[in-house]
Design a protein around this ligand. Structure first.
Ligand code: CP
Ligand code: NVA
Length: 322
């Protein structure tokens, strides 16, 4: 049975190891280490990358990362294939499994990536659905670790109760971080995801704090995270934006945070809306590190799901399996 990544809690116990692997692989790559540069677990493997929605980071980071692991990325845009118009998700999954070593899928409905995974005979990675964005959370917690090491921090979310928050809260509490999220009333995160995160938090000692007050969430926080108010597919919901009055991340709001705060955003950002230029461009903003980490985190995830033995051998080489 192939292993899939549909939401970040699919990784559970291995999550910290996946991030350590990515951080060390990234560091060794920058030194030109020959073993790392010649690590090719995707040799002779084509990875199909399906997109129902636009993408900059996800597309480029998967294409470059797959290429660096010796594989061949095959990007399939919405109108390139029969999926959704004249062929079922299940049949598409079975056909693609005859050619591909793994599939990444960016879709509207989370049910669709779930259905693809159920029928696929190769690993399926959720490249963003309306419910989850696990690769983003992996890159984000990698960036948090690069700054704060093994310290437990307070992560504050200010904004919509959306896909990015869902995996950020799951990933945060999986690593023992406190996660405080401020959403406008009526835009709280999905109750099932909150329940899963609460259950994980109970085992790791993390706290999950829900509020409708951005100042309460940000007070004492080390990481402050926001996202656009209208996610892809919601562009027509212009009335929704009114609910986000007072939810902009600006220097006033950050005055309540820990002085060593870091600002995070999954990007794309709508400067002047959910975040000011001053915050985006601040030396304590790590938004572009997050973007770069998409590739390193996904390389670790791909290697683990496609060839666990190769992932472990590399972990051993990097001194992570003592
Ligand atoms: N953060 C993110 O997923 O960006 P893209 O939509 O550009 O892939
Ligand atoms: N919440 C956003 C994230 C984009 C990376 C969306 O789904 O559009």
């Amino acid at each position: 049975m192939p292993r899939h990544l549909l939401a970040i809690d699919d990784l559970q116990d291995e999550f910290a190891g996946v991030l350590d692997w990515a951080i060390e692989f990234k560091r060794l790559w920058s030194t030109g280490d020959e073993v790392v540069r010649n690590f090719m677990p995707l040799d002779l493997t084509t990875v199909g990358c399906i997109y129902e929605k636009p993408s900059t980071r996800t597309r480029v980071s998967f294409e470059v990362g797959i290429d660096r692991l010796g594989g061949n990325p095959l990007t399939l845009l919405k109108n390139d294939i029969q999926l959704g118009s004249s062929e079922s998700i299940g049949d598409t999954a079975k056909v693609l499994s005859r050619f591909l070593g793994a599939i990444t899928y960016r879709c509207f409905s989370h049910d669709d990536v779930t259905a693809l995974a159920e029928a696929a005979e190769v690993p399926v990675i959720n490249a963003l659905s309306d419910r989850h964005h696990p690769c983003q959370a992996a890159a984000d917690l990698m960036a948090v670790k690069e700054v704060f090491g093994d310290d437990k921090v307070r992560i504050a979310w200010v904004g919509d109760g959306n896909n990015v928050l869902h995996d950020l809260m799951l990933a945060g509490v999986m690593l023992g971080h406190d996660v405080a999220y401020a959403t406008p009333s009526g835009y709280e995160p999905n109750a099932d995801v909150v329940e899963r995160a609460s259950a994980i938090a109970a085992t790791t000692g993390a706290r999950l704090i829900a509020t409708n007050d951005p100042v309460e969430a940000v007070t004492g926080a080390h990481v402050i995270y926001t996202d656009i108010f209208l996610s892809m597919g919601e562009e027509h919901m212009t009335d929704k934006v009114q609910a986000f009055d007072g939810f902009q991340v600006n220097m006033d709001l950050l005055s309540h945070a820990d002085p060593e705060w870091r600002f995070m955003h999954c990007l794309p950002a709508h400067r002047g809306e959910e975040v000011t230029d001053e915050v985006m461009d601040h030396e304590q903003s790590i938004v572009f590190d997050q973007a770069e980490n998409r590739m390193w985190a996904q390389m670790s995830i791909l290697a683990l799901l496609v060839d666990e033995g190769a992932w472990e051998a590399m972990a051993e080489f990097m001194g992570l399996l003592t």
